[in-house]
Design a protein around this ligand. Structure first.
Ligand SMILES: NC(=O)c1ccc[n+]([C@@H]2O[C@H](COP(=O)([O-])OP(=O)(O)OC[C@H]3O[C@@H](n4cnc5c(N)ncnc54)[C@H](OP(=O)(O)O)[C@@H]3O)[C@@H](O)[C@H]2O)c1
Length: 195
């Protein structure tokens, strides 16, 4: 799959390296050259600071129509609070900026360290929670997550992205605040409901 990564920082580089290693055709355009990289793209990874989305996306909206946009951004407010005061998710803001695209929240609930290296001992794969309104788009992103070694779990539509953003804050507070290892992830245990 041809994937354009916007934002060549810790998150963008880690995902670009992983996706290229999984045989995807990954392009990381220079800053300001994002629009030129979009023709032919099947997915776009958005990995810029949240305040930058309103600078970056409006000029790209036409080029992103019909494409899945993987929203890795996270709105952080003062004191590690939710940057939008929990009134809505950052992903919904992103979706409003690119109304023709299908926005999917993913690769956002842990620090970048787990995007660079998600290997853990034991039989369980690390969990990657995903939220988006379009089934084809969440399936596409679940496939990418699986390619990267994650156990993908689609948790619902973009209205669930707010709760993923709160989960991110939980992770940040535990790891950046309390000093836990950054190689901390969630895993899934699930069995069918009793009949
Ligand atoms: N760090 C984490 O552990 C982590 C984990 C999950 C999600 N996230 C989220 O992922 C996003 C990226 O985080 P990060 O840690 O990778 O940040 P980062 O290392 O600071 O990288 C951000 C990248 O975005 C680029 N950028 C900034 N403003 C831009 C603009 N207006 N137009 C185009 N490119 C722009 C930067 O370019 P320059 O270098 O030229 O400034 C840089 O390449 C953030 O929203 C963050 O909340 C972070």
């Amino acid at each position: 799959m041809r994937i354009v990564v916007i934002g060549a920082g810790k998150v963008g580089r880690s995902l670009a390296d992983g996706l290229a290693g999984a045989d995807h055709d990954v392009v990381v355009p220079a800053r300001g050259q994002e629009g030129a990289a979009l023709p032919g793209a099947e997915a776009v990874v958005l990995a810029v600071p949240f305040p930058a989305v309103s600078e970056v996306l409006p000029a790209l909206a036409d080029g992103l129509a019909g494409i899945v946009v993987v929203d890795c951004t996270h709105p952080v407010g003062p004191g590690l609070s939710h940057g939008l005061s929990s009134a809505g998710s950052g992903s919904q803001v992103v979706q409003r900026l690119v109304p023709g695209a299908s926005v999917v929240k993913a690769f956002s609930i842990y620090g970048w360290e787990n995007l660079a290296d998600n290997s853990f001992p034991g039989p369980l794969r690390p969990l990657m929670m995903i939220a988006g309104d379009d089934t084809w788009a969440t399936s596409t992103v679940a496939g990418l997550a699986s390619d990267l070694g994650w156990d993908p779990l689609v948790v619902g539509g973009l209205d669930q992205a707010l709760h993923l953003e709160h989960l991110t804050l939980l992770w940040i507070r535990m790891v950046r605040g309390q000093g836990r290892s950054p190689h901390l992830v969630w895993a899934r245990l699930e069995r069918p409901a009793e009949l």
